[in-house]
Design a protein around this ligand. Structure first.
Ligand code: ARG
Length: 596
């Protein structure tokens, strides 16, 4: 389990961020206009020479919740006043008296820590959630963001890297949409290149209609591997010639290719549906077949490319290998198609950001691409971002499509469903429709098991771990949500519905209640951090912490048996927790069951 301070650390505002036009720190104006932040910084501004706006920029969430909800670092003020930061912190703390919003102001080292009153938390945070519901934390981020994600290669099984890209890209897209951005999700399918010469050639020799119907991707992949691994020079020559003909519009080969493409999309589509993934465009590499020449011409016009040994290259500088854009036989490359795609996206969507959610091994590829784009227009420098991620490992070793060591996701999901069913059987033998719930739990476990990790780190995947109801897992968060929904249902049966008019903020003073409200209030800032760092694990960790606190609350703070007044107030709190847990999971691409 992560310790309780993890949440605080990850939403700490000192994390390096993306640069956004116009808004230096906050892609989410909602979190910029956080009432508590404004209250604290306006009071700091009143007693010092620091403008509130500037104070707000440095106000942090301290790493240990015991210290308080906000911490103000005094370095800036210390420089202004030419006095050591700890001294300035003590002075500042002595100037700031408590009020009905802040119940404690304490200096610690160079920081001044602020602890909020439970009643102000209750009267600010709970009504906000009750009125906005699933719209809580929404904002009006005026940006267009292209997200290139998933992007598998057709006629091949999805690799685990594609799973990661799908899950990460989906979560980022959902968070950005929630923040008000216009998101263009693109599935840049790998559907073009010499490998399709091999595929068509292989099909003509070994293809079986029957097997293609039964399991299209498996069959196509087998054929491709056979052709590609063949030592027969005739096959190599045929494959090369076939792709060349395809590039020039050869109908019979293109018809086969089209068929393989749509079969692959059908299979991928089932998976996307399970994960709730949608795309604005599924134009893959083939779409750019006729857009590469104009792109290359643009580079040439600006004198950016040279010809070396008959090949067209972009020089990357004295120490570096030049980037290859066209081989001496005239064939183009993955990079050439990405160049054309990038220019097309600029023209078509006028994006503020173009994110490529692709694994670490393609770092060099994107470095080359981004260097060329920045040479064409300096504004592209901050616009294009490689959102990279680490490897996935199963107990059996590394996964890669190239070695043929692939993973058939449907098998992975099926296995998870079986295991989830056993768990549910143990916990709740009377549950109706166990199959559907087990599927939600298994899918959620896979997605959360991925997203709970900082994306740049490698992940070791173990079913036992991701399905653990007590661990840092989807089932743990889902179960907190189920508990909250259960309480809401029981009270509804008694005829008691959450009603803001009956909230008594002063009654929610238990430490668990305070922690719950603090966490709920930090949800918008958490989304803000995800948007700035492009790291959804911040949200996953936030949900774990919220779930953990809620489980504690359930243990120590009865709702159903509480006396009148407290009961209604705890009901509103429970409703807010259920709302934020399901919203948070949904933004990660996970559907939370109401019962399990
Ligand atoms: N199809 C590529 C692969 O599977 C990933 C494509 C990523 N997107 C891009 N624009 N290059 O490795």
């Amino acid at each position: 389990m992560t310790d309780s301070t993890t949440l605080q650390r990850v939403v700490n505002r000192r994390l390096p961020g993306l640069r956004w036009p116009g808004t230096r720190d906050h892609p989410n104006p909602m979190s910029k206009h956080n009432f508590f932040r404004e209250h604290i910084t306006s009071r700091i501004a009143k007693v010092s020479d620091l403008p509130a706006e500037q104070a707000a920029r440095v106000l942090e969430i301290p790493p240990d919740p015991k210290l308080g909800e906000y911490a103000f670092p005094c370095f800036l003020l210390a420089r202004q006043r030419k006095s050591p930061p700890p001294k300035v912190a003590s002075w500042l703390a002595s100037q700031l008296l408590c009020d009905d919003v802040v119940e404690a102001v304490t200096a610690q080292g160079p920081y001044v820590n602020f602890r909020l009153t439970a009643s102000s938390l209750a009267s600010r945070v709970l009504p906000e959630i009750a009125t906005t519901q699933a719209g809580y934390g929404r904002s009006d981020l005026a940006a267009t963001i292209v997200i290139d994600f998933s992007s598998p290669n057709i006629a091949k099984p999805l690799s685990i890297g594609h799973l990661r890209s799908t899950v990460l890209g989906n979560a980022l897209g959902r968070v950005f949409r929630h923040l008000g951005a216009k998101v263009v999700g693109i599935n840049h399918l790998g559907d073009w290149g010499t490998q399709f010469g091999y595929l068509v050639t292989g099909w003509r020799r070994w293809g079986s209609e029957e097997e293609l119907t039964r399991d299209p991707i498996r069959h196509l992949f087998e054929i491709y591997v056979l052709a590609n691994a063949s030592e027969d020079p005739a096959i190599k020559e045929e494959a090369r010639a076939t792709f060349k003909a395809m590039e020039e519009g050869d109908q019979p080969s293109l018809a086969l290719w089209q068929r393989f493409r749509s079969l692959s999309l059908q299979v991928f589509g089932r998976f996307y549906e399970d994960l709730g993934v949608t795309f604005e465009s599924q134009d893959g590499e083939a779409f750019f077949n006729d857009k590469m020449e104009p792109a290359l011409a643009l580079l040439a016009e600006k004198g950016l490319t040279t010809v070396s040994d008959g090949a067209l290259v972009y020089p990357m500088g004295p120490e570096k290998k030049p980037a290859l854009l066209k081989k001496s036989d005239g064939s183009t490359l993955y990079l050439t198609r990405d160049l054309a795609a990038a220019l097309y996206r600029l023209k078509t969507y006028a994006p503020d950001k173009v994110l490529y959610v692709v694994g670490m091994p393609q770092k060099e590829h994107f470095r080359e691409l981004f260097t060329m784009l920045a040479a064409l227009d300096p504004a592209n420098k901050d616009r294009f971002v490689h959102v990279d991620f680490g490897q996935y490992r199963f107990a059996e070793g590394k996964m890669s499509t190239r070695s043929g060591n692939v993973i058939f996701l449907e098998e992975v999901v099926a296995r998870g469903v079986e295991m989830a069913k056993v768990k549910i059987e143990e916990k709740n033998p009377d549950l109706e429709d166990r199959e559907t719930t087990a599927r939600l739990v298994a899918l959620g476990a896979i997605v959360f098991g991925d997203l709970v990790n900082d994306r740049v780190k490698d992940i070791v995947f173990e079913w036992e771990k991701v399905l653990d109801f007590e661990g840092d897992t989807a089932p743990y968060v889902m179960f907190a949500h189920v508990r909250a929904r259960g309480i809401l249902r029981k009270l509804a049966e008694e005829g008691v519905e959450p009603d803001l008019a009956r909230l008594q903020p002063g009654l929610l003073g238990h430490e668990h209640e305070r922690r719950l409200m603090v966490a709920l209030g930090q949800f918008p800032e958490t989304l803000d951090t995800v948007a700035r760092t492009l790291k959804p694990h911040t949200l996953a960790t936030f949900l774990l912490e919220l779930a953990r606190t809620y489980h504690r609350f359930c243990h120590d703070c009865p709702v159903l048996k509480a006396e009148p007044g407290l009961k209604e107030s705890r009901l509103i709190l429970t409703h807010a927790v259920a709302t934020v847990l399901s919203l948070g999971l949904q933004l990660l691409g996970i559907r939370a069951p109401d019962r399990m």
